[in-house]
Design a protein around this ligand. Sequence first.
Ligand code: DX5
Ligand code: ZN
Length: 222
Amino acid sequence: MTVRIAPSLLSVDFARMADELAMLEAAGADWLHVDVMDGVFVPNLSFGVKVIETVRKLTSLPLDVHLMTVEPEKYFDSFAKAGAHGLTVHVETAPHLHRQLMRIKELGCTAGATMNPSTSLDTVREVAGDLDLLLIMSVNPGFGGQTFIPHSLDKIRRARRLLDSVGSRAILEVDGGVTRHTIRDCHEAGADTFVAGHAVFSAVDPRAEVGILRNLCVLEPA
Ligand code: DX5
Ligand code: ZN
C-alpha cells in the first residue's frame, strides 16, 4: 500500500514560507495539506485563493485542499484554477454531495469527502464508489495541534471496509493528531495517507520527521 505523508500548511511559519516548502520537498513529503477555514463552519479563519496561488508558485507538491467552509462549491472553480490537486468537502456542508463530487472531477481535481468525528460514516455510503479520497477527521476540525481521538481508529477500519466493499481504490486519509504515537495504528487500521502538522513542525528536525513518520508505516516494529 502506498504511504503518503501530507504536512499541513497550517503549521508552516508564513514568514519563511518558501524555505519551509523547500524543506518539505527535500524531506520527501508527498503532498501539502491546505486547510481552508471560513470562521463559520469552524471557529477559525485560515486562508483563501490568494495563498493557494502563492503556494502553487513556491512548490511542486500536490495541493490537498481541505474545505472547512459552508457552501464549499463557491470555491471549487477558483481553487482548481489556482492549482489545487484535490478538493475535499465536509458532508455536513454538502447536501448535494454527489453533484459536488462530480463537479470537482469535472474541474480535473481528485474528489474527496470527509466528516466531523461525531458524524456517521453512513453519510458517504451511497457515494463510496464515486470518491477519489475519503478523509477521516481524527480531531474536531478548526485547529492544528489537537489530540487524536482514539475511537477514530475504529472509523478508519470501517472506512477501509466500506471502500473495499464497493471495490473502490480511493485514498483513505487521516487528519488530526497524527504523530509518531498514532500513525502506525492508523496505517494498520487501513489508512494510507496522513496529514501531519504539529508533529512535523514542532519536531527538533522537521525534515527528518517526515521520514520517521513514513518509516513507522512501512517498516516492521523493532
Ligand atoms: C484541523 C486541520 C488539520 C490540522 C492538523 O482542522 O484539518 O489539517 O492542520 O494538524 P495536526 O497534525 O497538528 O493535528
Ligand atoms: Zn485538514
